[in-house]
Design a protein around this ligand. Structure first.
Ligand code: ATP
Ligand code: MG
Length: 421
């Protein structure tokens, strides 16, 4: 039996990588334009960073983490998300000493032990952006504007921005109580998970996908019935700034997001092109996270985009696969040596060139050039070499022309393959 990858862990193959690189490149360009800097954080962290940062009663910490004990007896966890690690790094390196505001982004794999299905994997990639150190609602709107701009820049359409507020330490407990009281009257309709959540994290029930739970919450009290005036004011201003940026949104009072640390602004971007796993990106404000992980009181807001879901939404086609610029087909010992020399020189100049390494017939080399979708083929047969000429064939138009070997050959060749089309 051949060894296979672990369930829920994917390979990204060369034929798909162009899309990934395009998305990553666009993210870097857009985010850096908005003043963000990349940060790279470890894949492995102490378990307590997540149990304290994300919250014990969340799905992630309760049942989705890849946690193990290392050889020294430390409990370690493969990062299920990036925000807690980024906050840890910000504290650990006292980035606030440089500037109280930090705008950071990171791109990389996350790990969650979930049931693998379309759009849901155990290793998946996120593009993550966070702003630490500012409470101003202008930042909430700006971050959301960046997210939408990025999603549009990669070509996504039919997106919906959903917006909610979750209150803060002052008002959220009241909402929690109100919701809990209401749901206690509906307990028979709740799934097993939600009965447990009723004690540990009743807000999470609003997010449950089970049909009977959805019915149970249909008339549940809304967070907006409970929030304090500060939170209401923050929320109103976020909406104003979004409108000022020309962005439309849909209020979704049931959207709570999975993580404990969120306060006030919560948002998701959903796509009408996706099936049941329709959230492309989600985020929110978290003004308590830093304290949970042992730091000072520092406000923060961020989002994470699911790369696999995003990539599945990219328009079909597009030039994402790279093809050789030139295939050098040769026949005979002397020709191969010449082909090798040419290809080597082109490689040094960053031109994608290929040749045959197996001594195949000219015909089969031409077939390979075709299969690789090379733009041009340079034919170096014995006869051509004898005449001191090489034959350049445009694989698209099928037109051919001879190029004299000798001085200036390489420059002529480069000119032709970059200008003729
Ligand atoms: P969901 O409700 O889909 O479980 P979530 O609230 O757990 O999402 P976040 O933690 O906010 O998701 O992660 C942000 C984004 O990362 C999601 O919107 C989604 O696009 C993506 N994502 C989350 N979990 C997975 C997964 N297991 N596989 C693939 N993508 C994922
Ligand atoms: Mg989830």
């Amino acid at each position: 039996m051949e060894v296979q990858a672990i369930r829920g862990f994917n390979d990204v193959l060369p034929e798909e990588i162009g899309r990934w690189q395009f998305v990553e490149k666009t993210a870097r360009k857009v985010f850096e334009g908005f003043g963000f800097s990349e940060i790279r954080i470890p894949i492995l962290e102490r378990t307590e960073l997540f149990s304290r940062g994300i919250g014990e009663a969340t799905d992630i910490v309760e049942k989705e983490m890849y946690t193990f004990t290392d050889r020294s007896g430390n409990s370690l966890t493969l990062r299920p998300e990036a925000t807690a690690s980024m906050a840890r790094a910000y504290l650990e390196h006292q980035l606030y000493n440089f500037d109280s505001m930090a705008k950071l982004y990171c791109i990389g794999p996350m790990f969650r032990y979930e049931r693998p299905q379309k759009g849901r994997y155990r290793q998946f990639y996120q593009v993550d952006a966070e702003v630490f150190g500012v409470e101003n609602p202008m930042v909430d709107a700006e971050l959301i504007a960046m997210l939408i701009h990025f999603l549009k820049s990669v070509g996504l359409e039919r997106l919906e921005l959903q917006l909610n507020t979750l209150g803060d330490r002052a008002c959220r407990p009241k909402y929690r109580e109100g919701l809990k009281k209401y749901l206690e009257g509906k307990v028979s309709q709740l799934c097993e998970d939600c009965r447990r959540r009723l004690e540990s994290n009743p807000l999470r029930i609003l997010d449950c996908k089970v049909e009977t739970c959805k019915q149970a919450i249909a008339d549940a009290p809304k967070v907006t019935d409970f929030i304090c005036s500060e939170c209401q004011n923050h929320f109103d201003r976020v909406k104003e700034y979004l409108e000022a940026a020309g962005l439309s949104y849909v209020l979704n009072p049931r959207m709570v997001r999975g993580l404990d640390y969120y306060t006030r602004t919560a948002f998701e971007v959903v796509s009408y092109q996706l099936g049941s796993q329709n959230a492309v990106a989600g985020g929110g404000r978290y003004d308590n996270l830093f304290q949970e992980i042992g730091g000072k009181e520092i406000p923060g807001i961020g989002f994470a985009i699911g790369m696999e879901r995003l990539i599945s939404l990219l328009p079909e086609g597009g030039e994402f696969v790279k093809h050789p610029d030139l295939f050098v087909a040769a026949l005979g010992e002397a020709s191969f040596k010449e082909a090798y020399r040419i290809v080597n020189q082109l490689h040094l100049e960053g031109i994608r060139a290929e040749l045959d390494y197996e001594g195949k017939s000219l015909k089969s080399q031409m077939r390979r050039a075709d299969k690789l979708k090379s733009r041009y083929t340079l034919i170096l047969g014995q006869e051509e070499l004898n005449r001191g000429k090489a034959l350049l064939r445009n694989m698209g138009t099928k037109s051919q022309e001879e190029i004299p070997m000798g001085d200036g050959f390489l420059n002529q060749l480069k000119d032709k393959i970059s200008t003729i089309d």
